[in-house]
Write a protein of this length. Structure first.
Length: 277
C-alpha cells in the first residue's frame, strides 16, 4: 500500500515537469505529508492541460456497510495475492468493480517528490522517505480518479483519486514492504491520459515503469499521523540506504520547493523555503 507521499516542489516546477502553461489557479494544499483525505494537485484525463486539486481517496459504500475511503488500487486486482515481484500476468484492475470504469475512462498523474513507506510489519512506525536520484526531482505516479456527489448540504461535486500499486521490487522490497506505487515513464504521460489508449497499451505502461535509480533514508515516525505537516518531518534520522550526500537531496528540494509554506496562492510561484528547517 502507498498511503503517504510528499510534494514540496512549487506549482511552477510541477507545471514545467508536465510541460503545462504557467498560471493555473490552485488554492493552498499541504504537501509535506500527503495522506488519505488530503487535497492534492493531479493532472487528469478530464483536464489534461491544467493541474486540478483532488482528494486522495475513492469514496465507496457497499450495501449494509459504512462509507470507506480506498486510496490504493492493486494493478493485479485479485491476482498475485502473494505479491510476487516476478508476476507478469493479467492485470485484474480492468475487471475489479471498484476501479474497472475508472481505469478505462478516468486516469490521472499524481506528481510527487518522494513517497513514504515502511516495512510490512512496522509500517509507518519505521518510515522511509523514498525518492529518485537520477535525476533528483519530480516523478508521476499512475492513478485513477472519480467524481462523487456533494456532501450533505453541499452544492458541488467532489473529485478523488486512488494510486495504482504493484508488487514491490528493488529498493522498496529491500526496505521490507510488499507494495509500491507505479511510477510512470515520462514518455508515457500523454498516452496515460489519452482516452483512446487501449487496455493493452495501458497494461504495457504499468509494466514499463520509470527507470530512474532510487534511494531512501529513515524519517521520524510522527509522519504516520495525518495531522502532522511540519517541514522537519522529512529530515533524515539515519543514513541513506545507498551512499549519497544528504545535502544534495536537501539542496534539490530547497531549490525546487516551497516547503511548508501557507502562502501558496495563485501567482505564488517564487515562494520557497527549506523543507528541512
Amino acid at each position: 500500500m502507498c498511503g503517504r507521499y510528499t510534494l514540496v516542489s512549487s506549482i511552477r516546477v510541477v507545471e514545467e515537469h508536465f510541460q503545462l502553461p504557467e498560471g493555473g489557479a490552485l488554492s493552498h494544499f499541504e504537501g509535506v505529508n500527503a495522506g488519505p483525505g488530503s487535497l492534492m494537485p493531479v493532472l487528469s484525463s478530464g483536464n489534461p492541460d491544467r493541474l486540478t486539486l483532488m482528494n486522495f481517496g475513492f469514496e465507496t459504500q457497499w450495501s449494509g456497510s459504512s462509507r470507506r475511503l480506498l486510496f490504493n488500487a492493486r494493478s493485479e486486482g485479485d491476482h498475485n495475492l502473494e505479491d510476487d515481484p516476478r508476476y507478469n500476468g493479467a492485470l485484474g484492475i480492468f475487471s475489479k468493480p471498484s476501479f474497472r470504469s475508472a481505469i478505462r475512462n478516468r486516469r490521472c498523474l499524481v506528481p510527487a517528490d518522494a513517497f513514504i513507506e515502511g516495512p510490512k510489519i512496522e509500517r509507518l512506525n519505521r518510515p522511509y522517505c523514498i525518492f529518485p536520484t537520477d535525476p533528483l526531482g519530480i516523478f508521476a505516479m499512475a492513478a485513477v480518479w472519480q467524481e462523487f456527489p456533494p456532501e450533505e448540504g453541499g452544492r458541488f461535486s467532489r473529485l478523488g483519486f486512488a494510486l495504482i500499486t504493484t508488487s514491490a521490487r528493488g529498493l522498496v522490497a529491500e526496505i521490507g514492504h510488499h507494495r509500491a506505487p507505479i511510477v510512470l515513464n515520462p514518455a508515457h504521460y500523454r498516452d496515460w491520459l489519452n482516452p483512446n489508449s487501449s487496455i493493452q497499451q495501458l497494461a504495457e505502461m504499468m509494466y514499463s515503469s520509470d527507470s530512474r535509480e532510487w534511494n531512501a533514508y529513515p524519517i521520524d515516525s510522527r509522519v504516520k499521523s495525518p495531522g502532522q505537516h511540519a517541514a522537519g518531518l522529512m529530515r533524515a534520522v539515519g543514513p541513506m540506504l545507498y551512499p549519497l550526500e544528504q545535502t544534495k537531496v536537501e539542496q534539490s528540494w530547497i531549490v525546487n520547493g516551497f516547503g511548508f509554506n501557507k502562502s501558496l496562492r495563485p501567482g505564488g510561484y517564487g515562494v520557497q523555503s527549506s523543507l528541512f528547517d
